[in-house]
Design a protein around this ligand. Structure first.
Ligand code: ATP
Length: 298
């Protein structure tokens, strides 16, 4: 699918602090795209730049293949600019006010967005009577006014209880099914795994990796092996057992094993006992885990 957003070499300094360092990635249309990283990794800075609230020192980005413009900005709804709702007013009255400030939607649009976030039944209740999760859903409703193609969320489940968290995650998935592309910042690996189709992982302003969640956050153990005689290796490893799946990629064999079961020394021994000396043995999943360890321990 066509890319909605392309970032190229974005760098941003705050005085001596380098908040972003040459960040480049692509957001495919229709994706739920997670920007994952611990506190201080540059997520909010990045979202602010692509929403044109901050300017980058170097690099550029394209929305729908073109440089940012007010026209394109209308296709983008954001929870960064969360409206201050009036506590004594209902959801409908609050959205009317938001609407008249932003000029994004019409009155029918208000009913539609309240339906989408499942607050229609409670549309006439005061904001002050809402749970935190409902308040967050109303903020999402405000971002949905004018039916923007792209939605931005910064830490959408922060501060919510488990029920509120589950509701918001489910809502994000539903909005994606309805055709919105969603870009969200999160410091929770688990949240990104549950909600996102694609991810970019940031650490201290640097992009560690990006791509499809299933490729980046592999669940199984992945081991690459190779030997001079690849055909003999393939024949031998076919009988290794342990729920192994084998994929040949040129002179490499990619072995997929159930999570946590790959033993490199065992594989090496097994091959050697079948007369094959490996010239390549690499545990890929472990490297990713190491990346996440670095991420979550800073
Ligand atoms: P958090 O989840 O805590 O908001 P984040 O991943 O969104 O973190 P940013 O808020 O983008 O990260 O911050 C990236 C780095 O830039 C941090 O080191 C932060 O202290 C610094 N920073 C952010 N805003 C400013 C500012 N206005 N002036 C100086 N430094 C800043």
């Amino acid at each position: 699918m066509e890319n909605i957003l392309s970032l190229s070499n974005i760098t941003k300094n705050y005085g001596k602090i380098r908040a972003l360092d040459g960040v480049s990635f692509e957001v495919p249309g229709g994706s739920v795209f997670g920007i994952l990283g611990p506190n201080g990794s540059g997520k909010t800075t990045l979202l602010s730049i692509i929403l044109n609230v901050l300017s980058a020192d170097t690099g550029n980005y394209l929305w729908f293949g073109k440089p940012g413009s007010p026209e394109q900005r209308k296709k983008i709804g954001s929870l960064l600019e969360t409206p201050n709702f009036y506590h004594y007013l209902s959801a409908v009255s609050n959205l009317k006010i938001t609407n008249s400030i932003s000029g994004r939607g019409d009155l029918k649009g208000i009913d539609d967005v309240l339906e989408k976030v499942k607050l229609f039944e409670r549309r006439n209740s005061r904001f002050s009577s809402y749970s935190l999760g409902m308040k967050q859903r109303l903020a999402i409703a405000a971002a949905l006014l004018g039916d923007p193609q792209v939605l931005f969320f910064d830490e959408p489940t922060n501060g919510l209880d488990p029920v509120g968290i589950a509701e918001i995650r489910e809502l994000i998935i539903e909005l994606s099914k309805k055709g919105h592309t969603i870009i969200m910042a999160s410091h929770l690996l688990d949240e990104v795994e549950k909600v996102c189709t694609h991810v970019a992982i940031l650490k201290k302003g640097t992009l560690l990796t990006t791509g499809n969640v299933n490729d980046v956050l592999v669940d199984d153990d992945l081991v690459e092996i190779s030997a001079a005689n690849i055909d003999a290796l393939l024949t031998a490893i076919n009988n290794y057992g342990n729920g192994i799946k084998i994929n040949r990629d040129g002179n490499l064999l990619q072995l997929t094993l159930p999570k946590g079961t790959a033993q490199l020394d065992d594989i090496n021994n097994y091959c050697f006992s079948h007369g094959i000396v490996l010239n390549h043995l690499l545990f890929k999943k472990k490297r990713l885990e190491a990346k996440f360890f670095e991420l979550t321990n800073n």
